[in-house]
Design a binder for this molecule. Structure first.
Ligand code: HEM
Length: 333
């Protein structure tokens, strides 16, 4: 009971402060109507400050001597929508996806095992990747993994690392991790662009890709479906993953990396949501690619490590390409 006058006095002080703020803001008509509404609200519903907060969150531009985009907007309410999206659906569904995909791959591996080469190795090798192509591939792969690890720490560290290692450790880790992420990002873009130039030609659609789609790549049956230098699965990864997701992730990252080009808070918030969403989809797809390139397909890792493959491997996995190379052609479309 005794707290009521104290609260009333508090409400009055707040009201005075708000009237002063609004008057300072230099929009007298607006300030007066908001202040009048607040005065009225205090009579009908004491302690209800809704008109004040509505005014504060209106996003209305006022007056300031500080120069820069939106420096005259006190509160940008869309920031709350961004926070709810990022910490809600993006983190929750993104997190679920990044657990379900590796679990599904592990189950697939346990059920089917690796795709083996059926014929006996011939001991004769042919060149599958040039030194330049391998440098570009590993450059993209290494920068991707560094960005994925540091990005995941930024997005999920609060939930996964802080409870175990404490917030002080997380703070230190993210100070370093975020700086690494910011600097490695542009390097990843450079490698991605080189990657697109190096491999676009080999990933153009060919009529025989329809056969690969009809047989679902032989993934379920273990059958080897003939293909060119790259099969339809690899082509999908190239266009959808490396090219589209790679460029969108990089572009949205650069919008956040360089906030000095006058972009507004709303632009940065959309960039963040697009970046986090596409990065998660990219990581989920990459898990499939990494599986096929390591334990999923026998001999695949060696081809990118040394650039050479056994002729038996080439014939079974990329028969059309193999036939062309053996006929003395480039094996490229
Ligand atoms: C050109 C490439 C890239 C640039 C310039 C870039 C830049 C950035 C920036 C500035 C942030 C915001 C950090 C902060 O919270 O202050 C960020 C967050 C993030 N990045 Fe990247 N990045 C790039 C590529 C990637 C890639 C390839 C991945 C994943 C494989 C990735 C995953 C993430 C994730 C998961 C976040 C956290 C998003 C969030 O906390 O809302 N990024 N990135």
């Amino acid at each position: 009971m005794t707290t009521l006058p104290v609260r009333r006095a508090g409400g009055g002080l707040l009201l005075l402060f708000v009237v002063w703020l609004l008057a300072l803001a230099g929009t007298p008509a607006l300030a007066q109507s908001a202040a009048a509404e607040q005065v009225e609200r205090q009579q009908t519903q004491p302690l209800n400050n809704a008109p004040v907060w509505r005014e504060v969150r209106s996003g209305e531009a006022h007056f300031t001597t500080v120069r820069g985009p939106e420096t005259n907007v006190l509160i940008q309410s869309e920031g709350n929508t961004w926070r709810l999206l990022r910490n809600g659906p993006v983190s929750v569904y993104g997190g679920i996806l990044l657990v379900v995909v590796p679990a599904a791959i592990a189950l697939f591996f346990l059920a089917k095992g690796a795709l083996k080469v059926h014929g006996t190795p011939t001991g004769r090798t042919i060149q599958r990747f040039s030194t330049f192509e391998r440098i570009v591939h590993w450059g993209t792969a290494i920068t991707f993994v560094v960005l994925a690890v540091t990005g995941l720490a930024i997005l999920f560290g609060k939930h996964l690392l802080a409870p175990v290692f404490g917030t002080a450790f997380l703070g230190l880790l993210l100070t370093v991790g975020k700086a690494i992420h910011n600097y490695v990002g542009p390097l990843f873009l450079l490698f991605t662009v080189l990657m697109i130039f190096a491999f676009a030609r080999d990933n153009i659609w060919q009529a025989y890709d329809a056969l690969w789609i009809r047989k679902a790549g032989g993934l379920a049956t273990g059958e080897h479906v003939p293909s060119g230098r790259f099969n339809f699965g690899e082509k999908s990864w190239f266009w959808l993953g490396v090219t589209v997701l790679g460029l969108v992730v990089a572009a949205s990252g650069l919008v956040m990396d360089f906030p000095n080009f006058g972009q507004t808070r709303e632009t940065m918030q959309w960039a963040n949501i697009i970046h986090a969403t596409t990065a998660i989809l990219f990581m989920a797809l990459a898990l499939g690619h990494i599986y096929m390139g390591t334990i999923g397909v026998e001999g695949a890792y060696g081809s990118m490590k040394t650039g050479q493959v056994d002729e038996a491997w080439a014939r079974e996995h990329h028969e059309f390409w193999y036939n062309e190379v053996k006929a003395g052609k480039s094996g490229r479309p």
